[in-house]
Ligand binder design. Structure first.
Ligand code: TRP
Ligand code: SF4
Length: 400
């Protein structure tokens, strides 16, 4: 029930570029081999800022899914779905909104930042303020332990932890919890029970997180526990309430920061992108006209790779020998800039050829993508419904 689970979402706001690939998708592809992964299209999140242009979101959803598949996200390993097709996210968001203090949301740094950055839009909306709480619902509803995100999203995972803690504290309390928990410990069998209590002490008295993790593993393996006892034992490790919602951890990727064509961060709003599935001629042209070290006016002027965005591309795409060739050739004016760019052109085209090939069947037959989605949505929904059952029960909303 609490097997390590990875969850991440992406807002559908247009075609993906190499920045998304090197910064996010490559990491997803790696994670899907190591963990059960859920990756979803955060269409409701896109609506919080693009509520006035919903048709763009609709188009982007399918393009983005094809981009994911092109990058190697594998629907036979990971579960792919669309947020709005699992309406339980909205129900959990609503229930969490009852107990989430306004101050927590107002304090999230992206709230003010984005309002200032997107000042042409009216973002003093109810939905936009609630953005991080919706994200909390996305995460908590799958009891995800690990959430791969960029640095800017870490505060959202933090607030998710606080929300989970508050929820468990408010609704995980039951009369006689201590007694029930001690009874549940006995059900582990004497050897496991001793180990469990020992780990619990080590965590509570010494703050050893390794002990906590080991105890979680122990509970995962324990066969003869019902769900209520399991939640009690998870909660008993840390305090005096059942653990209904699981506190997630952010999984920060140390992905290379993908430079754009001008050396600044690659971003659609800077117009310095190469799209994931861009036409080869267009890619070639973009790289060939990329700016270089401004000091190299003539072919005979020596240059400095540190002042050139092409060098940043080499650092991502070229092997050591090629990098040495660039360093030496640039500083001695031994090579020309077009010559220097050619290995980058070749490497990007090679990377993209694989992606275009993977995407082709889905481009030819969009029903394939729809089937993958139908499948993923159904799987995700089952998991979400399990959690919602526990949440409703804890809040007294089962009426059975
Ligand atoms: N807010 C994230 C972003 O802008 C997208 C997102 C929505 C997300 N829900 C999530 C990411 C849940 C991780 C987990 O990138
Ligand atoms: Fe940049 Fe290469 Fe030209 Fe040097 S030779 S300025 S690294 S493109």
């Amino acid at each position: 029930m609490y097997a390590e689970r990875v969850l991440s979402g992406m807002r559908p706001t247009g075609r993906l570029h190499l920045g998304h690939y090197h910064g996010v998708l490559k990491n997803w592809v790696k994670l899907q081999e190591e963990y059960p992964c859920l990756f979803f299209v955060a269409d409701w999140h896109a609506l919080t800022t693009n509520y006035d242009t919903p048709h763009i979101i609709e188009e982007s959803v399918w393009e983005m899914l094809i981009d994911w598949l092109a990058a190697g996200v594998d629907p036979s390993q990971a579960t792919l779905f669309i947020q709005s097709r699992v309406p339980e996210h909205a129900e959990l968001h609503l229930l969490l909104s009852m107990m989430c203090p306004l101050g927590w949301l107002e304090r999230v740094p992206t709230y003010k930042d984005q309002q200032e950055k997107l000042s042409s839009k009216d973002l003093s909306t109810y939905g936009f303020l609630g953005y991080p709480l919706l994200q909390s619902a996305d995460i908590l509803i799958y009891r995800a332990d690990k959430v791969p995100v960029g640095e800017d999203q870490v505060p959202h995972v933090e607030i998710t932890r606080e929300v989970a803690r508050r929820f468990n504290h408010l609704y995980g309390r039951e009369p006689g919890f201590e007694d029930n928990a001690r009874e549940a410990v006995k059900k582990l069998g004497s050897k496991r029970a001793r180990l469990y209590l020992d780990l619990r002490t080590r965590f509570q008295q010494e703050g050893e997180t390794a002990a906590l993790e080991q105890a979680h593993a122990l509970l995962e393996e324990a066969q003869n526990l019902n769900m209520g006892d399991r939640e009690r034992l998870y909660g008993y490790l840390e305090g005096s309430s059942k653990m209904i919602l699981v506190e997630p951890d952010a999984l920060l990727t140390d992905a290379a920061r993908m430079p754009g064509l001008d050396g600044a961060k690659m971003s659609k709003s800077y117009g310095n992108t190469i799209f994931l599935r861009e036409d080869p001629d267009s890619v070639t042209k973009k790289i060939r006209t990329m700016q270089t070290d401004p000091a190299r006016v003539r072919r005979t002027d020596p240059g400095d790779p540190e002042k050139c965005p092409v060098w940043q591309f080499h650092q991502i795409y070229s092997d050591q020998a090629t990098c040495a060739w660039v360093q030496q050739g640039c500083r001695s004016a031994g090579i020309g800039c077009l010559e220097c760019k050619q290995p980058v052109v070749d490497a990007v085209l090679k990377e993209q050829a694989v992606m275009r090939e993977r995407a082709q069947p889905y481009v030819d037959d969009p029903s394939l993508v729809r089937n993958i989605l139908a499948d993923g949505c159904e799987r995700a929904r089952k998991l979400a419904q399990e959690t919602m059952r526990d949440v409703r029960e804890a809040m007294g909303l089962l009426y059975s």
